[in-house]
Design a protein around this ligand. Sequence first.
Ligand SMILES: Cc1cc2nc3c(=O)[nH]c(=O)nc-3n(C[C@H](O)[C@H](O)[C@H](O)COP(=O)(O)O)c2cc1C
Length: 339
Amino acid sequence: MKTLKGYFYRFLGKKSATYLNGWYTFFNKWRLLSVNYVYDAKMYHSHSSMVKKNTWKKKEATIILHYHAIEKAFLHSSLRFRFGIPRIQILLSLIKDLEKEYLTSSQVLIACECLCKYYEIHQKNNIDVSDYFSDDDYGFLRNINQKEEEIVHEQVRELFFKKGLDFKDFASSRRSVRNFSGELVSPETLDKVVEIAKTSPSVCNRQPAKVYCIQNKEKLAEVFRLQGGLQGFTDGISQVLILTCDRSTFYSVGERNQLFIDGGLFLMNLLYALHYYNIGACPAHWAKEKHDDIEIKQLLDLDPAEKVICVVPIGIPKENFKTTLSKRRANTEILHFIN
Ligand SMILES: Cc1cc2nc3c(=O)[nH]c(=O)nc-3n(C[C@H](O)[C@H](O)[C@H](O)COP(=O)(O)O)c2cc1C
């Protein structure tokens, strides 16, 4: 190869050979990047729930999606009766069709509990739901899950932010807060938050994360519109943090998704740091397509090299507020040893 390169340089002359080599490198990198992005796209197309929902894991993901929306609806102080009928129908049909072995999964059990709570609150208020949720359905679900559990937790602000907890208790005391008082968090406190958040590790210490704080009302409204996942909870939100990662810090084709790893690690540290300083927060996805990505960058005047990783509404929670149970999986569903 070395001799071939030498021959090439001798034959063309140094200037032309360097010029051509530059173009070759440019196209080769572009080719490699395309091949790998196409591979990512193929993997996503085949294995995500985007196209087919034909496996147990995909069905479970759909169950989680819908039961979480129901538990979130229970956060509102006044419940809109007969809400989410299509979700209830999808959940009922999915759970009824599951093979017996899957009915003990943590996520199916809690989905049953959410549905039971939905049924019970309607019964208690004499609201008829029998056109889409029958007594037999309720009996079937209660039989699967006989252990009742609260799907939302009533929180008192003073108790939510406890001091002096060890890490285990501190980590499990953090919850996504969606009810804010509207009071602003000071720049000094946010500076202290970032001091902790930046202790997160990053690949080769490249530290691609940046945090932007927005409190301009018009910009906030635009961010909520573009983000879309905070509907019904935006009233008390006066500040939003936008977490981005700068692509300029990455070199190789293999690092094409590294910004999501470094960004995710920074995000978790940021959430803990906010919780430590008694600030409520709810990470909100930026699982968006091209046009929204372009729009938010223009709105916030971000450097084109930056990628929005997450939108994080922050604030002082109301004195009394609710959080979702968001039941975690059993360890046996997560930890596996490979021999
Ligand atoms: C990347 C990410 C995106 C999220 N997007 C939203 C969202 O758009 N709207 C929302 O209400 N919650 C959102 N959440 C919050 C999750 O619903 C929440 O973290 C999960 O249910 C676990 O509950 P916990 O944070 O209270 O422990 C998001 C969380 C993460 C990590």
